[in-house]
Design a protein around this ligand. Structure first.
Ligand SMILES: *Cc1c(COP(=O)(O)O)cnc(C)c1O
Length: 336
């Protein structure tokens, strides 16, 4: 299987490293633990969206676009990565930011990803939480078209079949890396949000017949809703690849026990996980996605029942540490 028929605009450093986490493994008395460093994709502090954007930006250029349009939460990593991709490709970027945190301190709206969006010259439009974001994005696209611009609309998180190919590409990297490191049948663990990362990994593993288990840890939607969304997108991604959309539903797992009060809102286990990774491995997680995904993985390891003792667990580090600067208050509260 290869993805050569799908043009990519080069944005990242590939392959990202696959590294052991020996100290975390020892402190949790865990099976073998590894981390796929997609926080190190090289684009403006990196992250998972770089993989998706290589396909999406190539498509935007093919369609003669002059502007990338997308949406996200205020501290969106996806918006920051899209702004950086636009800068690199010589396109403009406009983004609608949904304010989902009530009464945030100034740093939430000014620091972290928001500061980087500004530096990368994205034009930002803030809207209140609960706004119908896809509709708002279409309305903005129409306004820009009336002005003679040529916007290319990227859905939230870059999670459509074309963007999900980025995580099929990640599976191809992992196959080579696992082979050279002697890792048999790894168990992949990741944070799952707009579903493209999870769907791409499932589509790649299924298309190659690898049989690797994949456990998603939800950050927003309930288990039922997230699993249905991921399943649907994985099958549409398989179709785009010219494969049968026959991924069995039971392969799709999105645990919703670690979301806490809601998307982008802190939990104690997230704060603990972010601190553990920083202090045991010198690796920065983020408060919205990987911190909750890692909290889920840690709880599953502690339960002693979820992973087999001879299993090689690979956590997919999807990035996001830039958001830490917009969420410092959460950790201040935890330290107090
Ligand atoms: C977007 C994002 C995710 C979630 O990936 P989806 O493809 O949206 O499910 C996970 N981690 C980080 C850091 C992200 O920015």
């Amino acid at each position: 299987m290869n993805l050569d028929n799908f043009p990519r605009y080069p944005l990242g450093h590939w392959p990202t490293p696959l590294e052991p986490m020996k100290r975390l493994q020892a402190s949790l008395n865990a099976p073998s633990l590894y981390i796929k460093r997609d926080d190190c994709t090289g684009l403006a502090t990196g992250g998972s969206k770089t993989r998706k954007l290589e396909f999406l930006v190539a498509d935007a250029l093919k369609h003669g676009a002059d502007t990338l349009l997308t949406h996200g939460a205020v501290q969106s990593n996806h918006v920051r990565q899209t702004a950086a991709a636009a800068a690199r490709a010589g396109l403009r970027c406009e983004a609608i930011l949904e304010n989902r945190v009530s009464n945030p301190p100034a740093e939430y709206k000014q620091s972290g990803n928001v500061f980087l969006d500004w530096l990368l010259d994205a034009k930002l439009h803030e809207v209140p939480g609960g706004t119908a974001m896809d509709e708002a994005l279409e309305a903005l696209a129409s306004r820009l078209r009336e002005q003679g611009r040529k916007p290319y609309v990227i859905s939230g998180g870059g999670s459509n079949p074309l963007g999900s190919l980025g995580y099929v590409m990640c599976v191809l990297e992992l196959v080579k890396q696992c082979e050279s490191m002697g890792l048999k049948k790894p168990h992949l663990v990741l944070a799952t949000g707009s579903a493209g990362t999870h769907a791409g990994l499932l589509a790649g593993v299924h298309a190659l017949g690898l049989g690797w288990p994949i456990t998603g840890v939800g950050v927003r939607a309930s288990k039922e809703i997230q699993e249905a969304r991921v399943h649907n997108l994985a099958n549409r991604t398989l179709e785009l690849m010219g494969k049968k959309p026959d991924l069995p539903a039971q392969k799709v797992v999105a645990d919703d026990r670690f979301i806490g009060p809601g998307y982008g809102l802190a939990t104690e286990t997230m704060v603990e996980a972010v601190k553990m990774l920083a202090r045991n491995e010198g690796i920065l997680m983020d408060p919205v996605y990987t911190g909750k995904g890692m909290a889920g993985m840690i709880a599953m390891i502690r339960s002693g029942e979820f992973f087999k003792s001879d299993e090689n667990i690979i956590f997919i580090h999807t990035g996001g540490a830039a958001a830490l600067f917009g969420y410092r208050w959460v950790f201040d509260q935890a330290a107090a």
